[in-house]
Design a protein around this ligand. Structure first.
Ligand SMILES: NC(=O)c1ccc[n+]([C@@H]2O[C@H](COP(=O)([O-])OP(=O)(O)OC[C@H]3O[C@@H](n4cnc5c(N)ncnc54)[C@H](OP(=O)(O)O)[C@@H]3O)[C@@H](O)[C@H]2O)c1
Length: 248
């Protein structure tokens, strides 16, 4: 499953799951635009890591919840590498609290960073992909978008929204040889999950048939598969990478 000569954008690629995705796509030969919002030094470290392995990469700062910055991100890929084959919408945040105590700001921030960002980046990316008659869009949802989770109404709405959005876009773009798929991770220890209590983590572990948490790399392998030529006949799919936590 080589990605030689492919050009990819990975949003939120300076750390966590996005970092693992950027490294895996680069390992398979893709040139990677490493998007970051606040983690500048970490993004440059990812780029240096890829270059040290002989790959091509550049870091690009963009708040993907903003349409103008998403447009700038796609333009950066086109300017540097001449095309865009693969878009991975990975950027995301949480603002967990019960609905009773959730502020409008908590709701808006999560919907903007997790869902509107996907709209923004897809909208910016589809024009060059349609022109090229080739594209692989992979959106990172969550098992929470499938099963729900108390304390995460904002996050679950955004992540479920990504699934409906991706299936709809897959129908729109199928005739243009552009696939749109979703990877829905279970519990993967990163900065995002650090906020959970030990009790919450143990409850997830107990409900996971494989009896362990996942790794960012295990999510990255699924993304790399959807990005590959071998996945050419798969679109509108939702692949859980969760140790069996949510079987749907
Ligand atoms: N970890 C899990 O268990 C888990 C489970 C299911 C789904 N997911 C999903 O996987 C994705 C990655 O999560 P993670 O666990 O790797 O979290 P993380 O370590 O907290 O990383 C989040 C990334 O998103 C970026 N980001 C946030 N808002 C952004 C914005 N407005 N514009 C650009 N980038 C932005 C951050 O960039 P900066 O650092 O540069 O600000 C960071 O690189 C998220 O979509 C998350 O919902 C994670």
């Amino acid at each position: 499953m080589q990605l030689k000569d492919r050009v990819a954008i990975v949003t939120g690629a300076a750390r966590g799951i996005g970092r693992a995705i950027a490294l895996e796509l680069a390992r398979r030969g893709a040139a990677v635009v490493v998007n970051y919002h606040t983690s500048e030094a970490a993004a440059h470290e990812v780029v240096e890591h890829i270059r040290a392995q002989g790959g091509r990469a550049l870091a690009h700062k963009a708040d993907v919840s903003r349409m103008d910055e998403a447009n700038g991100l796609v333009k950066a890929a086109l300017d540097a590498f001449g095309k865009l084959d693969i878009l991975v919408n990975n950027a995301g945040i949480t603002r967990d609290t019960l609905l009773m105590t959730m502020s409008e700001e908590d709701w808006d921030a999560v919907i903007a960073a997790d869902l509107k960002s996907v709209f923004n980046c897809c909208k910016a990316a589809v024009r060059p992909m349609i022109r090229a008659r080739y594209g692989r869009i992979i959106n990172i949802s969550s098992v929470v978008g499938l099963a729900g989770q108390g304390g995460q109404t904002n996050y679950a709405a955004a992540k479920a929204g990504i699934i409906g959005f991706s299936k709809s876009l897959a129908k729109e773009l199928g005739s243009r040889n552009i696939t749109v798929n979703v990877v829905a991770p279970g519990f993967i220890p990163t900065a995002l999950t650090d906020v959970l209590s030990e009790e919450q983590k143990q409850a997830v572990l107990k409900a996971t048939p494989l009896g362990r948490f996942g790794t960012p790399e295990e999510v990255a392998y699924a993304v790399a598969f959807f990005a590959s030529d071998e996945a050419a006949f798969i679109t509108g799919a939702v692949l859980t990478v969760d140790g069996g936590l949510v079987m749907h």
